[in-house]
Design a protein around this ligand. Structure first.
Ligand SMILES: NC(=O)c1ccc[n+]([C@@H]2O[C@H](COP(=O)([O-])OP(=O)(O)OC[C@H]3O[C@@H](n4cnc5c(N)ncnc54)[C@H](OP(=O)(O)O)[C@@H]3O)[C@@H](O)[C@H]2O)c1
Length: 280
């Protein structure tokens, strides 16, 4: 099965990353509320009417904010010639029903489990995971697209807990950034200049991710909780205040759960650590 001709509505982070990763000739139109991003001037149509006018695409991909999906689907569905193609949205938080206004055609989901910046996101697509949903014919098309993009693809089971799936993605990506930011503030508290603090936790996080990939999550866990070093946790708690203290306590309780599952930490030490964390 060859991949279909594609149009993308919503040229933000996801839309641009995907557009840049598609093989030449596959992308026939881009669109959205705004004018064309740099490099897409020839393909771009502003607004739903211009986007749908004489559109030759077999697959239309809506990559607009989650909260705009219903509105945008209704706008596209109201245009002449809307029926008779595939429509998917790219949100991990919603099912195909988010674009139910387009249900006279085949509707589905094409979510890539990755964090795309505004520029340069295409390079992150190969090797990422994607999950797809829809009727079998549409899923076949999306699997083909995923293969061309070098994604590892999974079909979303039915039923599928979108909230749990998306919360996992948010923790692995957005929460990681917030933790690094909190860590950066603490490095500055320790006396390290801001310019260095911003950079020096990145190789540590990268090493940790590498360990998680090569050894699995449980074996990758190091540090005072896994070792049962109660005194070190006490030392941390003695200087932490405000939001960094709250973040530390919430995360170390979670680390204690992971350590317990790893089976490497003596249970009396874990109890002591949990007591310290919950009594402060
Ligand atoms: N970024 C990621 O890492 C990522 C990863 C996986 C999935 N996703 C999903 O991809 C979708 C898009 O996310 P994003 O991060 O790419 O968002 P984004 O960077 O904010 O881009 C959204 C795009 O949609 C357009 N838009 C907003 N409201 C619109 C409307 N009512 N009508 C037409 N166009 C509208 C915006 O154009 P304007 O300039 O007109 O506002 C913008 O081009 C979301 O469902 C998100 O969950 C994102």
């Amino acid at each position: 099965m060859a991949i279909p001709s594609i149009a993308i509505y919503g040229m933000g982070r996801f839309g641009r990353a995907l557009a840049g990763a598609l093989p030449e000739g596959v992308l026939v139109r881009t669109g959205g509320r705004s004018r064309a991003p740099h490099g897409y001037e020839d393909l771009h149509a502003q607004g739903p009417a211009a986007f749908m006018h004489d559109l030759k695409a077999e697959l239309v991909i809506l990559s607009v904010p989650d909260d705009a999906l219903e509105t945008v689907a209704a706008e596209l569905a109201a245009q002449p010639g809307a029926v008779g193609r595939f429509y998917v949205h790219t949100s991990g938080a919603r099912g195909a029903d988010a674009i139910i206004a387009l249900a006279d055609s085949d509707i589905g989901v094409f979510h890539i489990l990755q964090s795309f910046p505004l520029e340069g996101g295409s390079a992150l697509i190969p090797g990422s995971y994607a999950t797809v949903a829809g009727e079998p014919k549409l899923v076949g098309v999306l699997r083909e697209l995923a293969e061309v993009l070098k994604l590892t693809v999974l079909e979303q089971p039915d039923p599928f807990d979108h909230a749990a799936y998306h919360a996992a993605a948010v923790l692995a990506s957005n929460a990681l950034i917030a933790l690094l930011d909190t860590g950066c503030q603490l490095l500055m508290q320790a006396g390290i200049p801001a310019a260095q603090a911003e950079k020096m936790l990145i190789p540590l996080a990268q090493g940790t991710l590498q360990n998680a990939q090569s050894q699995g999550l449980l074996d990758a866990l190091t540090g005072p909780v896994a070792r049962g070093d109660v005194g070190t946790i006490q030392q941390h708690l003695s200087i932490l205040t405000g939001e960094s203290r709250q973040a530390y306590i919430a995360m170390m309780l979670s680390v204690a759960d992971t350590a317990a599952r790893s089976g490497r930490t003596p249970s009396d030490k874990l109890s002591e650590i949990r007591r310290l964390l919950t009594q402060t």
